[in-house]
Design a binder for this molecule. Sequence first.
Ligand SMILES: [Mg+2]
Length: 276
Amino acid sequence: MHMNILNLFKKKDAVPLKLVCFDLDNTLCEYDAAEAETEAYIADMIYADFLQHKKHPARAKKAKTVRQSKSSTALTLSAILKAFNESKHAHMHKDLEPEQFSRGLWLAETLQKLPVTITPARIKTLSAAYEKAYWDFLIPKLKLYPHTLETLQALKNKGIITACLTDSDGEKGIKIRRMVYLGLDKYLDFIITTDDTKKNKPAIENWEYLLKAVGVLGKECMMVGDHPDIDLLVPKGLGFRTVWTKEHFNTSTHFKYVDHEIHHISDVEKIAKKYA
Ligand SMILES: [Mg+2]
């Protein structure tokens, strides 16, 4: 009798899966490699722009340093990259406001930190131009992980709703442009960027917004992401099954709130089958 009651509970808990929600960067597409290349490209661009003020740009470039008239500190490519990374790490996964993830903001902060003389108006103009150059360069470098689209289609064929919940790039249009470039928009029933909720992950409002928009319960959903504390911890509390994808970065670390670990995005299909 006792066993029967337990089985009954098990059956009751095993709610059929209705929705799978994915993080985007380093979950559906390889992002970090494109980002690193882009940061180097933009640092080169900034360096070259400030070299133009020198009398002998070719010679100065060879020396890889530019001495500014009002500063004894050298402007180097590594100083530019260091300043940019300081800004990025001060904001990324720390600030809840979507606009804090704007590359334009990080680039403006980068310019402010450099040993160069520059007016606020010039910072505004340059950071906007660099932000545009940043995304124009990065987007064509993005690559979906193998079998991403096939996996999404296989889920849809099973009648499972597909969704993506991704942090802002400072404004919604930029993230959507990236997803359209990758062709993901055709395979996702719901695309939510944190611009929609005005709070970046891991704010609970994002998953609450998703559940409300689709009209499903947390226990009918699965969340897939590469960043457990950002992507999985909070939805687990709402009843989601959680899948940690280690396609981008393998580690032997495990977390209690992670139900499944995978190394290829195509493994989601097998896990979804178990809950069908
Ligand atoms: Mg990610």
